[in-house]
Write a protein that binds this ligand. Sequence first.
Ligand code: HEM
Length: 517
Amino acid sequence: MNKCGIVSRRFFRVRSAKCQDVITSACEVPKNFDFKEARPYESVPGPKPLPLLGNSWRFIPIIGDFEIEHIDKVSERLYNEYGKIVKMEGLLGRPDMLFLFDPDDIEQVFRQEDLLPYRPSMPSLNYYKHVYRKEFFGNHGGVIAVHGEQWQSFRSKVNQIMMQPRVAKMYTSAIAATAQEFIDRIEKLKDENEEMPDDFLNEIHKWSLESIAKVALDVRLGCLDENSNPDSQRLIDAVNTFFINVPVLELKIPFWKLYATPTFKKYIEALDTIRNICLKFIYKSMKASDDINDGNEKSVLQRVLKIGNDPKIASILALDMFLVGIDTTSNAVASILYQLAIHQEKQEILREEISRVLPQLQTQITNDKLEDMPYLRSCIKETLRMYPVVIGNGRQTTSDSIIRGYHIPKGTQVIFQHYVISNQEEYFPRSKEFLPERWLKTSSFSKEHHSFASLPFGFGKRMCLGKRFADLEIQTVLAKIFRHYTVEYHHEKLDYFIHPMYTPNGPLKLRFIKNDN
Ligand code: HEM
């Protein structure tokens, strides 16, 4: 058996008897596989486009019945109507999308990935980096909305720094200090019923921004203080403006490609502000770190600044971290808090674990202590299985391939339907139940899962660059919260929606009741 395992072999066995005879490697389309044998791309099932309006009309309110905020439901419908491979063509201003609903097929696409995987994402950001502010970014586009050799050159420079567990572990006490500030903030936010205000998610965003700023810029922004400094407030506002406008540009008909719409102007202004403030903070940090002793462990920023002695690289990495490292983490925390609030019996098990590892309220959180909290990690995994904050990921194929017996041409946008897959009985028995135990090696519920059936952080060379920091931030803040509080929810059940992360839809009026000790 080669390193790819047997799942891809199964792919070829089930799809084609002809294939079965010619397997050379589970990772590749067999060399002598005849593309002529494959069914044509045009015959992939999917909703039929109308002349002129294509399939875009389906997203038009009143006449269409596909809602952008409910792509989760749209995806389930497509799967139920057409099966495990679905083509969505005729989307005005956008290429076709090929939806995959089988983890074997997703594994095959990932295993076939070449050195320069291409993730189709954010055309508006691509435009900002490669056209609008080309003179600033030059050859250093960062990693978000950047592809090919430019992506590889940047990722290879920062990969070691960001992905080494040792580097992330250096931040545990700083991240724990920010989590403690968040606890103090929760105390201030409580109303007479000990409930959070309607915009509690916004407060979680502030915690997330504060945490990631420490990693990206070596600063404390003071987002959780009443009086943060003016640059911090401008950065917070710009990040908010970016998040409000990005779904309009990315998910609705892209008029911004024809002219600078008001949304587009606000979006550009926000990106410019984030970029400029990052540079300003970085120059400040450079001055401050002049006297840093070489024997000390260097921070992420200090390590990045050593690359080509170019502060621009650090500011571009910081920009990317702010663009994808805030909403993801904060919505994940919101969703986990909500799930544990509506599953009190699981929260009780978690609290017991945390209280055992952190016997006093003020016991310091260390890496060893986090290691000793497997149920906490299982609660996180289970929430991200049922409600992955990024409901689908994707790749643009870089060569012709055969998927489920269809000839898929090079350049096709393949979208992995993680949300639909990870909520199926076939891959996760009792899939509709919130069962963190399924992830515990020691539990009787525990079972081997298909490794491509739940992939909240992606896979391969382009997998999430901030995973180590996301894990650290989320585990630390949850450990603090459940050590201090029992979290309850006493309102109407919340549905989930895409905004643009997959998150509970409605005021997160959680009640935080102090634990006894
Ligand atoms: C719960 C939190 C998070 C989730 C669920 C998440 C999920 C993801 C996913 C699914 C991808 C695409 C991976 C692929 O294409 O295979 C991704 C990429 C990325 N993430 Fe995260 N992420 C999270 C937090 C963060 C944080 C905190 C940071 C920054 C510190 C970050 C930085 C990035 C970057 C820079 C990429 C692009 C990597 C590349 O294209 O080379 N993420 N993330």
